[in-house]
Structures are given as structure tokens and as C-alpha cells.
Ligand binder design. Structure first.
Ligand code: OAD
Length: 237
């Protein structure tokens, strides 16, 4: 008989938010919402053209705050699972949107930052923001303009919460990746760390990503995620 699951780590990517109306990153045109990634998602891009970068994330923030963007059944299923599952559960997301927390997820690690936060370049303090961020926006700690940047992990920067993530991966017995293409390091290697810990690894995605998970489930996140996690709850009694 299989041992009951005690510790589960879930990694989500843009695919879980696609049915909520947020475009994934690697659409066929290779652009992120019509922009080249090096223009809007690198420290060099920000140094070259801060107004463009501010405006790009202002648009992303307005989109997240618009009434038509809402959590879908996949976000809700993970929040319900966190509540109902009796073992350890850690949810890691690469997404900068707030749809997991809006669905009710509590134990959540935003490894690539959050669109509704900004950071002081001097003190590194992080603040909530809902309005547009421009050069003139005064920093809440140093009270000067020009000291704020989006709290987003750009290419070439270290993702957040890596210590906690590595500990969770070392101790898990099931690792599930949902709606991520596996193109961006280090998240792309999490399933390997989980395998080293002898965890069972599962990919839930619309299509094959070509990576070496033990099990694959293909379909829309809004359908396969609720079914998969309800299945775990019913088999663990
Ligand atoms: P990608 O856009 O690279 O991949 C999205 C994945 O979701 C693909 O494998 C799709 O097949 C899958 N997908 C799309 N719609 C789906 C649906 N309805 N149900 C299930 N799966 C679906 O996005 P990520 O892997 O998240 O970094 O990208 C990783 C990182 O690259 C992002 O966090 C971002 C980007 O650069 C930063 O912003 C720092």
C-alpha cells in the first residue's frame, strides 16, 4: 500500500492564470505583451529607459486590478486543498499577479515578485502599490522621487525565498508543476531537486513541455487542477 502523502510542493506558472485573462509569456510571437523581454524585464532595460519600464508595469497593475480579471477554478482548487490537506503544503508561484491570494491561498511564495508591490532602491523596503508608479512618485521611506522600482525579479536577478523553497523541495514527497513551460531557471530545475528527495513529480499542463516528470496530466488548468487535487484528498481519506 502507498504511504499517505505528508508534504506537497506545488509550483505554478503563467498557464494557471491564462483562463483568468492574463497572457502567458511565451506566446508564439516571443514578446511579453508586445515588448521585448530585455526592454522591460532586465536591470539594464530599467537603467536604459525607466519611464518605459514604469509604464509597462503600470499597465500590468491596471490589468490585474480590472474587474474582469478574477481567480479561476484552478486557483480556487489550490486554496481549498491548502485548507483541507492535513500534511505540509507549500505553494510557489512564478506569477506576479495576486490571483492565488484572491482565491484564498495563504502559504504562498512569490518567487518572481509581485506586481502590487514596489521596492526602495536604497533601503530595499517593500511597499504595497495600487496606483501608477512614475519617476516623481515619492518613496515612502526616503521621501525622495526616483528611488522606487517594481518589486519584480528581472532576468539576471536572484529569485526570492530560495532558502525556504529549497528546504520545502528537500522534504517533499510530491511535487506538482502547473502551467509552466520550464524555460526559466531555477524554477525549471525544481522537479529535479524533488526527485533527488525521492518525491513523485507531476506536470499539469495544456501541452507537453518535454521535461522528465514521472507523471503528466494534459488539459486546461481550470479542469485538471481541481480534479487532480480532489483525487489526492479522496485517496488520503
Ligand atoms: P510560460 O509562458 O513560459 O509558459 C506557460 C505554460 O502554461 C506553457 O507551458 C503552456 O502550455 C501552459 N498553459 C497555457 N495555458 C494553459 C492552461 N489554460 N492550462 C494549463 N496550462 C496552460 O510561463 P512561465 O513558465 O510561468 O518571469 O514563465 C516563467 C517566467 O518567465 C515568468 O515567471 C516570467 C517569465 O519571464 C518573470 O516575470 C520574472
Amino acid at each position: 500500500m502507498r504511504k499517505p502523502l505528508q508534504s506537497i510542493v506545488v509550483l505554478t506558472g503563467a498557464g494557471i492564470s491564462a483562463e483568468s485573462g492574463i497572457q502567458t509569456f511565451r506566446a508564439a510571437d516571443g514578446l511579453w505583451e508586445n515588448h521585448r523581454v530585455d526592454e522591460v524585464a532586465t536591470p539594464e532595460g530599467f537603467e536604459r529607459n525607466p519611464p518605459l519600464v514604469y509604464e509597462f508595469y503600470n499597465q500590468r497593475r491596471r490589468q490585474i486590478l480590472s474587474p474582469e480579471i478574477r481567480p479561476n477554478p484552478a486557483h480556487s482548487a489550490l486554496a481549498k486543498f491548502e485548507h483541507d490537506f492535513l500534511g505540509n503544503f507549500v505553494l510557489i508561484t512564478q506569477n506576479i499577479d495576486n490571483l492565488h491570494e484572491r482565491a484564498g491561498s495563504k502559504k504562498l511564495l512569490h518567487m518572481h515578485g509581485e506586481i502590487l508591490k514596489m521596492r526602495c532602491l536604497n533601503s530595499k523596503l517593500v511597499f504595497d502599490i495600487r496606483e501608477d508608479l512614475v519617476f516623481e512618485t515619492e518613496c515612502r521611506c526616503c521621501r525622495s522621487p526616483g528611488n522606487l522600482r517594481p518589486h519584480i525579479v528581472w532576468f539576471g536577478e536572484m529569485p526570492l525565498h530560495m532558502h525556504e523553497i529549497n528546504l520545502a523541495l528537500k522534504g517533499c514527497d510530491l511535487f506538482v508543476a502547473i502551467g509552466t513551460s520550464g524555460n526559466v531557471y531555477p524554477a525549471s530545475g525544481f522537479y529535479q531537486s524533488a526527485k533527488i528527495a525521492r518525491a513523485h513529480t507531476v506536470e499539469l499542463n495544456l501541452e507537453v513541455t518535454g521535461s522528465g516528470f514521472d507523471e503528466h496530466v494534459y488539459g486546461k488548468a481550470s479542469e485538471i487542477v481541481p480534479a487532480f487535487f480532489e483525487g489526492i484528498l479522496s485517496s488520503s481519506g
